[in-house]
Write a protein that binds this ligand. Structure first.
Ligand code: FAD
Length: 473
């Protein structure tokens, strides 16, 4: 190894310059750094919206690198082969990356690390995607946490490394290797006409993330505790999609909110707790990966959820045509923006798994396809929390009543007005955009009558409770 041999920086979900330990270490070495993204089977397997969002993130990040006289090299194929080929072409002797924690990435990365070492290439993985490595937080008995509150108590006083600064310079190699072209990857192809609609609503890139977070700290954190549950208010930080692509790091958010907490900001503790829900989700996914696709509580395997995705009421749920306005508004927000307010996520999930007695996995897959902030751990935990089959879950018999929730959290119906066109003389752009985003084959138009409920709320609730009682007995 020579001290001037390049380092390959294998980027995955860390498309940022600040708060990026792998990049910072590579730059601090003084050696040339070659940033590379590899489109592998995991990239190809992403849902339509998260894949589109990742493609947009790669485009913006490549411009950030260019502004630093660097480049983003794109390659396709199995990462081990792609990295080894790049090492041969460039004389690179080390590969650095930021750790990922889902089982498929862990398996891939473990194999790549061993393979590179066998080939005489150094491989180093770094923290940075989470505040706490999942194996570092342990109960007194040395096991993982299963309940959120003690997890929060265990981590809230811990030291979190401060975010590292963006490198002043990223040294370039003597010659750049060939790169594939992002446009040839067509990462938005599966979004079809929905991509143009999403593009109007989705912000992308590190600068946008940092700007939005600064504004949130200055203008909205103080009232976060009160406003975070109102779907029509712009009361939350909107960081989830940036976190999912790694355009902002959790340490930046933690330290920003921590500073505000020490200054007596009333919303800061609540915000830190929400960030820790994300950590808890990854803690669970790391220690009990079955949470990602199976009932965490096995006794729920016997529950009579329907797994028939072709039922008309499931289609109505997907289309936002259940006849329950708050549920429908949320499902339409998802089509237009690729996100959904957290409270409404809970309501649509409860409605699907309880009033419609449908397996949470059907909803989980729909979200996986449509969320630009898709995060496997938070999505699985969210669904299982609502369905009742997860750790620390809401009890099944606690069934959200979408009507009462609307009265409480959207009393002036601003959220409904924003998303439901039917019945409005001149619907807003947001409500109309839904018709541009959805598949043409759904044959829906704003002139349609608003549907009657596919199941009445009392009937749906009674049916769900009866099934629950049957399972218990
Ligand atoms: P803020 O309120 O500003 O919170 C700040 C950050 O804290 C979020 O960006 C997120 O990283 C974290 N956070 C907040 N609430 C939660 C939570 N309940 N669980 C885990 N982390 C949380 N979040 C995702 O990022 N990706 C998903 O795929 C996802 N799927 C979900 C599915 C269901 C059924 C439910 C009920 C929740 C899901 N969530 C998911 C959690 C939550 O809805 C979003 O994180 C939140 O709406 C993002 O908006 P925000 O960034 O403005 O949040």
């Amino acid at each position: 190894m020579t001290s001037a041999s390049p380092i390959l920086l294998w980027l995955r979900r860390d498309l940022r310059l600040h708060d990026a330990p792998a990049l910072a270490d590579a730059c601090a070495s003084g050696r040339p750094v070659i940033p590379v993204f590899i489109r592998d089977a995991l990239t190809d397997g992403l849902g339509a919206a998260p894949k589109w969002r990742l493609g947009r993130g790669l485009e913006v990040f490549s411009h950030l690198l260019e502004a630093k006289d660097s480049r983003l090299i794109l390659r396709s194929g199995p990462p081990q082969e792609a990295l080894q080929a790049l090492a041969e072409e460039t004389g690179a002797t080390d590969v650095y990356w930021t750790r990922a924690y889902d089982p498929a990435s862990v398996e891939r990365d473990t194999g790549v690390k061993a393979g590179l070492k066998d080939a005489g290439i150094g491989a180093r993985s770094f923290a940075g995607a989470l505040l706490f490595e999942p194996w570092e937080v342990q109960t007194k008995d040395g096991g993982p946490y299963r309940v959120y509150s003690p997890f929060w108590k265990a981590v809230k006083g811990r030291e979190v490394a401060p975010p590292c600064a963006a490198p002043k310079r990223i040294a370039a190699p003597k010659a750049w290797p060939e790169s594939e072209r992002l446009t040839d990857w067509a990462m938005g192809a599966e979004m079809r006409r929905g991509a143009a609609v999403l593009a109007r609503h989705v912000e992308v890139g590190e600068a946008a993330a940092r700007g939005r977070f600064e504004r949130f700290l200055d203008e909205r954190l103080e009232s976060y505790k009160a406003d975070r549950d109102a779907p029509a208010a712009d009361g939350t930080s909107g960081m989830s999609a940036f976190l999912a692509t790694g355009e902002i790091g959790p340490r930046t958010l933690w330290h920003g909110a921590m500073r505000a907490w020490h200054e007596g900001n009333a919303g800061a503790e609540t915000y830190l707790k929400e960030l820790v829900w994300r950590e808890f989700a990854w803690h669970l996914a790391w220690h009990t990966p079955r949470i990602l696709d199976r009932n965490w509580r096995e006794e729920w395997d016997a529950f009579s959820w329907s797994e028939d995705e072709d039922r008309p009421e499931v289609l109505a749920w997907k289309q936002g045509r259940t006849g329950i306005p708050l549920v429908d508004a949320g499902m339409r927000e998802l089509q237009v923006t690729g996100t959904m307010h957290n409270r409404v996520r809970m309501i649509v999930a409860s409605y699907l798994t309880k009033h419609l007695m449908t397996h949470w996995r059907i909803g989980q897959r729909w979200f996986e396809e449509h969320l630009v902030d898709w995060d496997p751990a938070s999505n699985a935990m969210g669904w299982q929390w609502v369905a009742g089959s997860g750790p620390d879950a809401a009890p099944y018999f606690r069934i959200f009543n979408p009507e009462t929730q609307r009265e409480k959290f959207d009393p002036k119906e601003r959220y409904l007005h924003r998303w439901i066109a039917e019945g409005q003389g001149s619907p807003p752009e947001t409500a109309l955009a839904y018709y541009e985003a959805i598949p043409k084959g759904w044959n829906l138009s704003p002139g349609d009558a608003y549907p009657e409920p596919v199941v009445s709320l009392p009937d749906g609730r009674a049916r769900a409770l009866a099934a629950y009682e049957e399972r218990r007995s």
